[in-house]
Write a protein that binds this ligand. Structure first.
Ligand code: SAM
Length: 650
C-alpha cells in the first residue's frame, strides 16, 4: 500500500515530516542538484556523444527536480534519434497538489513540468510509464520501496542518481541488498553519484563492483561520492531461465498479424519509436472481431488484496487512461465519466467492504458509495450500493484502434496469412491465395487464431462467445451519466444508442445475434438498473446486437512476449517433470528468432493491450521494461510449457 508523503512547506521548499529533512537545498536547489547528479555523472557530455538511448535511474523521485534538470540538459543538447529513459522509485509520492505547488515555483521547466503533472499517476503501488514523445523522453516512475521496486526492474542503466535522504535519517534504504540490485542493473562503465559520502554507502557500492571516489560536495558540504561500475562481484544465477528474454538488434521494420486492439496498440508502440510497421488484417477493416463493439467499459475490477492479475489490470488501466488523455484530450471517442460497480449479490457486497477496509487502493481510484449516492451519480435508480471509480469510463474500441493505427509509420494491408516459416533469417508469410510476404520481425496478434501456425499451435487459447444488446436512446429512458456494472455493464448513450451486455458463453460457436441472449442481457440489466429496465419494457423487439469472440487463456492472463520453440523447451527443461526445483545453471531457453506474441486478452483488451504493446516494443528495442518481472513472467508465452512439464502433462 502506498501512502502519500506528509509535507510541511517552508516557503516553497517541501520538508518531509516522515524523514525529518528537506527535499532539496533550500537556497540553491538547481545548482546543488546539477552539481551532485547531472554533472557528476557527466550527463551533458553523454548526451552530446550521440548515444542513442541514455538510461538514468534514481532512488527517490520526490518533486522530480532531478528529472526535470536532466530533461532540461537533454532538451538543450540532444538531437533527433536520441531517447532519454529516466527511471525513478518513490516510496511516499507527493500528492498531486503538493507536486503542483513544488513545480509552480520553477517556470523554466515549462512546458515539461505541466505535462508531468498531467500524467502524474494516482498513488497506486507499482510501475507507471509516462511518455513525453515531443521531448523524446520516457519516465518509468515506480511507486514502492526502492529495493522491492528495483528487484522487479529489467533494464540496463547508464547512470545512477542515488538520492533518498541521508543514511542517518533513512538507514533502511541504503542496504547491501539494494546495492546488489544496483549492480545487477549496471554494466561496465555505468556511473553513479550521490550527495552522501557515508562509509556504509562507499563500502556497499565497492563491494558490489563499483570503483568509488570522493570529491568536494556542493556549497558548504564537505564531501560527496561518485564512481564507475567495473564488474559485478556477485554474479546472480537466473532461477527461472525459461523466462529469459532474447535481446535482439533493434529492427527498422516489423510486421504484425491482426488489426484489433492488440495489433493496433503493438503497431502504435513500435511506430512511436520510429519503426516502420506493416499491419496485416484479413478483413477489410480494422477492429471487426473482438475489438469491434460500440463501447467497452474502461475500468479494472480490483481484487480485495493484490494478485498478479489485479496488478496487471490496474497498471494497464492507468496506462490506457494516460494514453487516451494524451491522444484524445477532448474525449471524442471515450469518456472518463466514472464507473459504478454494484454489489448486486451479498457475497459481492462483502468483498467490496473488505476491499475498502484493506485500504490497498487510494480514494482517488475507488470509493464506496450507497445505492442512493450511486443512483444520483449514475442518473438512474440502481439496485444496490457499490464501488465508484471516478477516473474510469468507457471507450469505443473501434475508434481507439483507428486512432492508434493512424500513425504515419504504420501501413495497413489486407491479407489472410495461413502459414509462417523462417527462411534465411527472414519470416516468410504465405497468404490464402499463395502470395508471399517477407519480414525480419513478426508479431502475432490475431486473438484465438494465434495458434493456427505450427510454431504456436501449443498455445492453449480459447474463444469465448459474447453478445451485446443495443437499443435506441429515447426521451422515456433515464439518461445514464456513468457506466454501471453489475453482472453485466451498460454505458451512457453514444451516437443515440445504448449498448449493454455482455453474455459469456464458454461453448457457443454461433455468430448470429439471438433473442435468447438479449433476454439474458435484459435480466442482468434488471438486476442492476430496475428503473432503466422498466423503461425498456415493450421495446424488446427493437433490440439489435453484436456477437464477438474473446480470446481467453486457462489462467486468464494474456500471452505477451517471445515465441518459445516448443520442442527445445521440452527437451531443455524436461527435468522439471522429475524435480520442479531443479537449478538449470547455464541453460538458456530458445525462442523462434524475432517472433513475438500479443494475444489472450479476453474481455480486458482495453486495459491490457496498450501496456502489453509497450512491453513488447520495449523488449524488441532493448529498452527498460514497463512492468515488474513477476508480471512479465506471468504473461510469458512459455509459461504453459513449463506448467505442463511440472505437472507431467507433456
Ligand atoms: N530526487 C528528489 C527530487 O529531485 O526532488 C528528491 C528526493 S528526496 C531528498 C528523497 C526521496 O526519497 C523522498 O521523496 C523519499 O520519499 C524517497 N525515499 C526515501 N526512502 C525511500 C525508499 N526506501 N524507497 C523509495 N523512495 C524512498
Amino acid at each position: 500500500m502506498i501512502t502519500c508523503a506528509d509535507i510541511f512547506w517552508k516557503n516553497d521548499t517541501p520538508y518531509s515530516t516522515g524523514f525529518d529533512d528537506f527535499y532539496f537545498n533550500t537556497e540553491q536547489s538547481h545548482e546543488d542538484s546539477l552539481y551532485v547528479y547531472v554533472n557528476a555523472n557527466q550527463i551533458p557530455a553523454r548526451i552530446s556523444s550521440k548515444q542513442k538511448l541514455l538510461t538514468i535511474a534514481e532512488t527517490g523521485f520526490g518533486t522530480g527536480l532531478n528529472f526535470l534538470l536532466t530533461a532540461q540538459q537533454w532538451l538543450n543538447k540532444s538531437s533527433n534519434g536520441q531517447q532519454l529513459h529516466f527511471i525513478s522509485v518513490e516510496k511516499q509520492p507527493l500528492s498531486h497538489n503538493d507536486l503542483k505547488r513544488a513545480l509552480h515555483q520553477w517556470k523554466d521547466f515549462e512546458p515539461l513540468s505541466s505535462k508531468l503533472l498531467n500524467q502524474y499517476p494516482l498513488a497506486c503501488q507499482g510501475f507507471h510509464r509516462l511518455s513525453f514523445p515531443d521531448e523524446r523522453i520516457t519516465l518509468t516512475l515506480i511507486f514502492g520501496d526502492a529495493l522491492d521496486s528495483y528487484k522487479q526492474l529489467e533494464a540496463s542503466i547508464d547512470a545512477w542518481y542515488l538520492d533518498g535522504f541521508s543514511p542517518s535519517k533513512n538507514p533502511d534504504m541504503w542496504s547491501p541488498e539494494l546495492f546488489r540490485e544496483i549492480a545487477r542493473l549496471s554494466k561496465p562503465g555505468t556511473t553513479f553519484s550521490t550527495f552522501t559520502s557515508a562509509g556504509i554507502v562507499r563500502r556497499g557500492l565497492k563491494a558490489v563492483g563499483f570503483e568509488v571516489k570522493k570529491q568536494p560536495g556542493f556549497g558548504k558540504k564537505r564531501e560527496m561520492c561518485l564512481g564507475t561500475f567495473i564488474k559485478n562481484n556477485a554474479p546472480q544465477v537466473d532461477t527461472k531461465p525459461w523466462f529469459s528474454i532474447p535481446k535482439p538488434e533493434q529492427p527498422t521494420e516489423v510486421t504484425i498479424i491482426g488489426g484489433g486492439l492488440s495489433g493496433c496498440s503493438s503497431a502504435y508502440s513500435l511506430a512511436q519509436r520510429g519503426i516502420k510497421v506493416r499491419l496485416i488484417e484479413k478483413e477489410q477493416h480494422l477492429a471487426t472481431a473482438g475489438s469491434g463493439n460500440r463501447q467497452g467499459a474502461l475500468y479494472a475490477k480490483l481484487p480485495v488484496s493484490p494478485t498478479k492479475q489485479g496488478e496487471l489490470h490496474l497498471t494497464g488501466f492507468l496506462h490506457t487512461v494516460n494514453l487516451l488523455k494524451r491522444k484524445d484530450p477532448e474525449q471524442s471517442f471515450w469518456s472518463q465519466c466514472g464507473v459504478a460497480q454494484l454489489a448486486t449479490k451479498e457475497n459481492e457486497n462483502k468483498r467490496q467492504q473488505e476491499l475498502i477496509d484493506n485500504g490497498h487502493y487510494p480514494d482517488s481510484l475507488v470509493q464506496h458509495k450507497s445505492d442512493i449516492e450511486l443512483s444520483e451519480i449514475s442518473g438512474s435508480v440502481v439496485s444496490s450500493s457499490g464501488l465508484f471509480f471516478p477516473t474510469a469510463g468507457w471507450v469505443s474500441p473501434v475508434d481507439f484502434c483507428h486512432l492508434l493505427a493512424a500513425h504515419p509509420n504504420i501501413s495497413i494491408e489486407q491479407h489472410d496469412i495461413t502459414n509462417i516459416e523462417q527462411v534465411d533469417h527472414l519470416w516468410n508469410l504465405t497468404t490464402n491465395n499463395s502470395k508471399h510476404l517477407h519480414c525480419s520481425h513478426l508479431i502475432i496478434c490475431n486473438a484465438e487464431l494465434a495458434n493456427q501456425f505450427k510454431q504456436t499451435e501449443h498455445l492453449p487459447l480459447k474463444a469465448i462467445r459474447g453478445q451485446v444488446s443495443i437499443t435506441e436512446d429515447s426521451a422515456d429512458l433515464p439518461q445514464l451519466r456513468t457506466v454501471v456494472c453489475g453482472e453485466g455493464y451498460i454505458s451512457p448513450a453514444q451516437g443515440g444508442k445504448y449498448c449493454f451486455g455482455a453474455t459469456f458463453d464458454l461453448k457457443g460457436k454461433q455468430r448470429d445475434v439471438t433473442q435468447y441472449d438479449h433476454n439474458r442481457n435484459l435480466e442482468k440489466l434488471k438486476d442492476a438498473l430496475p428503473e432503466f429496465h422498466n423503461a425498456l419494457i415493450g421495446k424488446n423487439e427493437l433490440l439489435t446486437g453484436r456477437t464477438a469472440f474473446r480470446c481467453s487463456t486457462p489462467d486468464y492472463m494474456p500471452v505477451v512476449g517471445p515465441a518459445p520453440i516448443y520442442s527445445d523447451f521440452v527437451e531443455t527443461f524436461g527435468r522439471l517433470r522429475k524435480d520442479k526445483n531443479w537449478r538449470f545453471d547455464g541453460c538458456t531457453a530458445n525462442h523462434h528468432p524475432n517472433l513475438y506474441l500479443n494475444t489472450g486478452h479476453g474481455s480486458k483488451g482495453l486495459i491490457t493491450c496498450p501496456i502489453s504493446a509497450e512491453l513488447l516494443a520495449s523488449m524488441i528495442c532493448n529498452e527498460p521494461l514497463p512492468l515488474p518481472k513477476t508480471l512479465i513472467d506471468a504473461v510469458n508465452p512459455a509459461r504453459f510449457i513449463i506448467k505442463n512439464l511440472i505437472r507431467r502433462a507433456i
